[in-house]
Design a protein around this ligand. Structure first.
Ligand code: NAG
Ligand code: NAG
Ligand code: CU
Length: 376
């Protein structure tokens, strides 16, 4: 229980407060050694997908395919390869039923909102830094295990969103989501979701089926992990992308005065009434039925890492505005949406299971700290 981030936040809070001294459950792995910092030399520079040359794009896609052909080491059941590993560690750290039972007061929130089941490490102070660590660990795997020499690309969707034309599909017609062999491919065929598949009643989906073009077609790529293994699915939902990825929404995040308000503004509240940049990539591209819009398993879409790469870049840009303060400040709730409750601190520890050593939030604030090593 301490290890799996099904209890990620509980992992820390229970060590400290809630259930101090409770032994690990039988069969549970022992937490990893904290990660020892190293010196960051020659940090790879992360580029927007369209800033990359065709040969850089090809190298990246080839490296992702290589991860899918390299044996899993996460130890998580049903993760077959190294691509699956990163999806699986995200999935197992999603608040689950044990987590809910462990913190009774959160249960009505979860039942009411449903959404809290939807994203790992969401609506908490460490959300954005946990994802920073996941993306950086994926980048390291691409580089060290698959010979990729660049930085993790990002997708700046704010370049593509058109808040004045909510139904425009233009944002989905760029080279990022292009049909070529070294692009991320487009929409799935239209499939109407059932009410059970759509508890939040999201409207406006235009796809839902398997991605038919680009690098990750069913003949080359398979989502192995999760309850619905099979093809990669997309369900472009233009009004979400066009309103949530609006440059004004990015500016609103960049204007926040401190880490806690930054973290809160990037996610806002778990409804579709409050445009938030985190939801833009997930629900704009994934809608109801698409892989990247799904719950635990959004990293089954390789585009996830470009979406979260951009969120991470927004954090980096915000930090650059006042590095002295912002490389040393965290905040926000340990328990999802528990504003006013216990907050994360610099020594709050997060983990990625077997994929990397445990890291404190302090270690994840600086992208060139030595635990992390990249720049924009
Ligand atoms: C979705 O619609 C159903 C049926 O109209 C309704 O019962 C349910 O409360 C709605 N859910 C949300 C989150 O609005
Ligand atoms: C957590 O931080 C918020 C501000 O972000 C503050 O209002 C709240 O009192 C803090 N909680 C505790 C227990 O100090
Ligand atoms: Cu996300």
């Amino acid at each position: 229980m301490h290890h799996h981030l099904s209890l990620f936040s509980l992992a820390t809070s229970c060590l400290v407060v809630l259930t101090a001294g409770v032994p690990l459950m039988p069969g549970e792995p022992i937490p990893n050694e904290p990660r020892a910092p190293q010196i960051c030399r020659n940090p790879p520079k992360r580029l927007e997908w369209r800033q990359m040359s065709q040969s850089q794009q090809k190298s990246y896609i080839d490296a992702v395919m290589c991860l899918t052909m390299t044996e899993s080491k996460s130890g998580i059941a049903r993760a077959i390869n190294r691509f699956d590993d990163h999806q699986a560690v995200h999935s197992v750290q999603t608040p689950n039923i044990h987590w809910v039972v462990s913190i009774p007061f959160i249960r009505p929130l979860v039942d009411h909102l449903g959404y809290l089941r939807t994203f790992a490490n969401t609506l908490q102070g460490h959300f954005i830094l946990w994802h920073r660590y996941l993306v950086a660990t994926y980048e390291t795997a691409l580089r060290e295990e698959c010979g990729y020499e660049g930085g993790q690309p990002y997708w700046d969707w704010s370049l593509d969103a058109n808040p004045h034309e909510p139904n425009s599909m233009a944002a989905f017609s760029t080279d990022v989501l292009g049909p070529g062999r070294y692009s991320f491919g487009g929409n799935g065929d239209f499939v109407a979701p059932t009410p059970e598949q759509n508890p939040l009643n999201l409207t406006g989906g235009t796809g839902g089926g398997c991605v038919r073009d680009g690098a990750f077609t069913p003949d080359r790529f398979r989502v192995n992990y999760g309850p619905d293994p099979g093809c990669l699915k997309r369900d472009f939902t233009p009004w979400v992308l066009n309103s949530f990825a609006d440059p004004a929404r990015v500016q609103e995040v960049l204007d926040q005065p401190d880490y806690a308000s930054f973290a809160r503004t990037i996610e806002k509240v778990p409804t579709f009434d409050a445009p938030n940049i985190h939801g833009g990539g997930h629900f704009g591209v994934g809608g109801v039925l698409g892989t990247i819009g799904n719950a635990e398993n959004s990293p089954g879409d390789p585009l996830f890492y470009l979406h979260h790469g951009n969120l991470d870049r927004v954090l980096w840009m915000w930090q650059q505005k006042d590095p002295e303060t912002r490389l040393n400040q965290v905040g926000g709730p340990v328990v999802p949406m528990d504003y006013g409750g216990q907050n994360v601190t610099l020594d709050f520890t997060v983990n990625l299971g077997e994929l990397a050593g445990d890291a404190t939030l302090k270690q994840l604030l600086d992208t060139q700290s030595g635990v992390l090593c990249y720049t924009y």
